[in-house]
Design a binder for this molecule. Structure first.
Ligand SMILES: O=C(O)c1ccc[n+]([C@@H]2O[C@H](COP(=O)([O-])O)[C@@H](O)[C@H]2O)c1
Ligand SMILES: Cc1cc2nc[nH]c2cc1C
Length: 353
């Protein structure tokens, strides 16, 4: 058996129930009416149990942006040209993208990984060059990736998580890939066996007529790969996915196996989360959902994961930006959990009812 298959078989780490119980009990003792901090209470309890700690801490956040191009761009499915993927990699490297600004404010570690752009880029300081190929193949003509390429991409995500495992208290996978809302729509529709018309949307900004064209492209792809719809999820990922999506799947699987809490971003990264959960049920125990993006497919995928996102800001940027925006909320939930006095400490009566 090869090492990929061995690794895939490694079980998802079980979440620590003792710390969940301890954190729940502490929340009942803090000087506030029980439940009055709403979802912040659930968040603190969740982070305490995922970190198996009585003092949950999110000082060290690791954000990785995975960038790649998509063969389906040959069908004209985005408001922006394919060259923007590589151009944005340069922008990430020079600190000018939204995620740079947010990561700096959070003092988060920010990795940028080129998993497969069409344009070859010069060596760029701060960008990890892991280019598998010049973008995926057009999934309207055949599988997007070979089996080997799909495994390579998954292992890039796995290894990125492992590269900083001792330090990471929260992991965020962001993505950049012109055309990847078509990819995510095709993949999520195939996994959920649902109508792509319920998921397809403007992405970077298509008008209604262009969204209709994007839908017919995705329908063609789903028809071409119909024989795989009853098959395994890895084959669907290989047929309809993208390099950056497969890398995020590998990162999420790795986090769940190693016991690293994950904050999930927008439509594309949630589709990767759904894929990871279908490959290895139980992964989602390690996920927290930051926001619901404006892309209509995001709600469908979140619902399929039974996810309750924290924010709804009509963001649709990707890069991990929605997740980064939610980190201060998570940190405040932890600060309240750790820093508030108990009724006993403050000598306040808890009331009888
Ligand atoms: O995160 C989201 O929900 C999201 C929604 C729409 C678009 N995006 C970003 O926009 C790009 C894909 O859009 P498109 O129209 O080129 O398929 C890609 O770089 C994503 O990061 C991201
Ligand atoms: C400019 C730009 C920045 C992005 N960041 C993530 N997706 C993006 C798409 C575009 C077009």
């Amino acid at each position: 058996m090869n090492s990929f298959a061995e690794w895939l078989k490694k079980p998802v780490k079980l979440v620590d129930k003792t710390h969940e119980q301890k954190a729940l009990a502490r929340q009942q003792q803090l000087t506030k009416p029980p439940g009055s901090l709403g979802q912040l209470e659930n968040l603190a309890v969740k982070i305490a149990s995922l970190q198996a700690s009585e003092i949950p801490d999110l000082t060290h956040v690791h954000i990785t942006v995975y960038a790649a191009d998509h063969g389906v761009m040959a069908e004209g499915v985005s408001a922006f040209p394919q060259s923007v993927t590589a151009a944005m990699i340069r922008n990430f490297a020079s600190g000018g993208a939204a995620i740079n600004v947010l990561a700096q404010e959070l003092t988060a570690k920010l990795d940028v990984i080129n998993v497969g752009t069409v344009d070859t880029l010069e060596d760029i300081p701060g960008v990890l060059d892991k280019r598998i190929d010049a973008g995926t193949a057009n999934f309207c003509d055949g599988p997007a990736m070979t089996e080997h390429q799909c495994q390579q991409a998954i292992l890039i995500g796995r290894d990125n998580v492992l590269s900083d495992i001792e330090n990471t208290q929260l992991y965020i996978a962001g993505e950049m890939g012109i055309g990847n809302t078509s990819t995510a729509t095709a993949l999520a529709s195939a996994i959920l066996k649902c109508d792509p018309a319920d998921l397809v949307g403007p992405g970077t900004g298509l008008d209604l007529q262009s969204i209709q064209h994007k839908l017919t492209v995705i329908q063609r792809a789903l028809k071409l790969h119909a024989d795989k719809l009853e098959g395994d999820i890895l084959t669907l990922l290989q047929s309809l996915g993208g390099f950056e999506i497969a890398a995020m799947v590998g990162a999420y699987l790795s986090c769940a196996k190693q016991g690293v809490p994950v904050l999930i971003d927008g439509f594309i990264s949630t589709t990767a989360a759904l894929t990871a959960e279908k490959i290895q049920p139980g992964c989602k125990n390690w996920f927290i959902y930051s926001h619901q993006s404006a892309e209509p497919g995001h709600k469908v995928v979140l619902d399929a994961l039974d996810a309750k996102p924290l924010l709804k800001l009509d963001m649709r940027l990707g890069e991990g930006s929605g997740a980064a925006v939610a980190v201060p909320l998570l940190r405040q939930a932890c600060l309240l959990h750790n820093g508030m006095a108990t009724f006993e400490q403050a000598n306040i009566s808890k009331g009888d009812k």
